[in-house]
Ligand binder design. Structure first.
Ligand SMILES: NC(=O)c1ccc[n+]([C@@H]2O[C@H](COP(=O)([O-])OP(=O)(O)OC[C@H]3O[C@@H](n4cnc5c(N)ncnc54)[C@H](OP(=O)(O)O)[C@@H]3O)[C@@H](O)[C@H]2O)c1
Length: 323
């Protein structure tokens, strides 16, 4: 089978290559999936380059321990191990497999049956592949962690990315007023998607405008805990989903102290992959939310696409179609 291999860390276009590798057979609790669509995520950008260096503790100290990157897929089951109970041959499945490893930049994958869930037949493989990671982050950040309520004033930092564009649509279902922060090039697209106001992060520091928010969803975490506290209303919540590891450690440290003295809350989301995706799929089926797709692109262009993703040139989810 064809797969994209990362045999060492480095620039995606220097270390990734399309190769022919043997197709595995499923072990007892594994399923063999023919992958029809996959996507590019921040994990791939970090794993292929081995940066930030702290991530090498997870991805392998000197070279990637998973030689095939990719962690989100939609496909059809072509084989099952003898102890598989949840799925059968022919089922269409999708999911974020990051709790079970990597390997979706390939024509096939053998993976634990719990790594994926059943794909609604109404959604194409490309639509389904774009859903799991960004939608689960957006939903869990806004609902479960942020406790979003009707008519709140919300800010999404990194609003033009995969998570931000879904979070906006979820917030709009709660009639919230939503401000989005991102680079200049994405602001027009963000306004057309429904952001009530937009800020260019290179020109405006949203924590210094004097505006106060009920809920801040941060995809970047590049300011101090105290500036976030200042930008919150008296009972406001700040939820971060990602950013530089060191900034996240500082947020974790200060959040405990701040909670002792103020009713404002700073929280870090720890993603539970594939949870509550039925809710999101139903909204997609009813045309109440839409996952912005960049592509579909070809498997052989994966290295270029990871670089394009890392440079922030993508709009929405970068989807790769595998024939
Ligand atoms: N919490 C968890 O358990 C968990 C699990 C997995 C992943 N994650 C994290 O989730 C995040 C994924 O977000 P995503 O898929 O939406 O990423 P994305 O598509 O890359 O979007 C991030 C957006 O932020 C913008 N941006 C860059 N610098 C910014 C700044 N200084 N201020 C404001 N916006 C800025 C980017 O634009 P430009 O680049 O064009 O400037 C981009 O539009 C990643 O940080 C990842 O590490 C979290």
């Amino acid at each position: 089978m064809k797969a994209i291999l990362a045999e060492k860390y480095g620039h995606p276009e220097k270390v990734l290559s399309l190769k022919e590798i043997p197709k595995r057979s499923p072990k007892a609790k594994e399923i063999l999936i023919k992958i029809h669509a996959t996507t590019i995520n921040d994990y791939d950008w970090c794993m292929v380059r081995g940066k930030p260096y702290l991530y090498r503790l997870l991805f392998g100290l000197f070279k990637p321990k998973h030689s095939v990157p990719g962690m989100e897929l939609a496909g059809a089951i072509e084989g099952v191990g003898p102890s598989v109970q949840k799925h059968k041959i022919g089922d269409q499945v999708f999911g974020d497999i990051s709790n079970y490893g990597f390997g979706t930049f390939a024509e096939y994958i053998c993976i634990d049956e719990n790594a994926v869930i059943t794909k609604p037949l109404e959604l194409s493989f490309e639509e389904a592949a774009a859903i799991p990671h960004a939608s689960a982050l957006a939903l869990q950040a806004l609902k479960q962690t942020g406790g979003i309520q009707e008519n709140q004033k919300i800010l999404i930092n990194g609003g033009g990315g995969g998570v931000g564009t879904i979070a906006l649509q979820l917030a709009k279902l709660h009639n919230c007023h939503v401000t989005g922060v991102d680079s200049h090039e994405k602001l027009e697209m963000m306004k057309s998607l429904g952001f009530d106001s937009v800020l260019d992060y290179k020109l405006t520091d949203f924590t210094k405008t004097g505006a106060r928010y009920d809920l801040i969803l941060d995809c970047k975490t590049n300011k101090s805990a105290f500036s976030y506290v200042k930008a919150l209303k008296s009972t406001g919540k700040y939820v971060t989903i990602g950013g530089e590891p060191w900034s996240l450690i500082k947020i974790l440290f200060w959040s405990k102290l701040i909670s002792l003295f103020a009713s404002k809350k700073l929280q870090i989301l720890s993603l539970r992959p594939n949870e509550d995706l039925d809710y999101i799929c139903n909204l997609v089926k009813q045309d109440k939310i839409k996952c912005e797709i960049d592509g579909p692109h070809k498997l052989e262009d994966t290295a270029k696409l990871i670089q394009y993703f890392g440079e922030g040139k993508h709009k929405g989810k970068v989807v790769i179609q595998i024939n």
